[in-house]
Design a protein around this ligand. Sequence first.
Ligand SMILES: [Zn+2]
Length: 173
Amino acid sequence: MRTILLIVASITIAIGAGGCEGPSGQAPTGSANSHDLAGDQMTDKLVLTEQQWKSRLTPEQYHVLREKGTERAFTGKYYAAKDKGLYKCAACGQGLFSWADKYDSGSGWPSFTAPIDDEGVAAQEDRSLGVTRTELVCSRCGSHLGHVFDDGPAPTGLRYCVNSAALDLEPDK
Ligand SMILES: [Zn+2]
């Protein structure tokens, strides 16, 4: 009986190892999924413990994404970026914003007029700092991205103000 259990356990581990990301988090399976458009993203939630998030994110990413931190203005790697590509959630790889909707808001944070799909981001009320703001979170993993304000340019009039640390740019090929 014990032997059978051990065999079953080894098989499970072997199967699991093929489909999971390694400890480095660099397995290609995770990012390949992010190409799926929002249609099935809603059913593909990523739920991890805070300990697991800590081990796959840098301390700065963890602070912004999981502790709702804000990087200092003009310090992030993407605020002035004009490279063509898809900005993905740095925590789970879900595609969020296109370079084509990015504009220079002068705020010191990457700013977009719209997400690539409304399903990719979720908005929720944030009453910290004594003011009511609209917080943006990734719809797939619930990580904090930034805030959305209504002082953006046409056509949406919205400014999606996102921390560079919450984003991962996948350049167009
Ligand atoms: Zn995410």
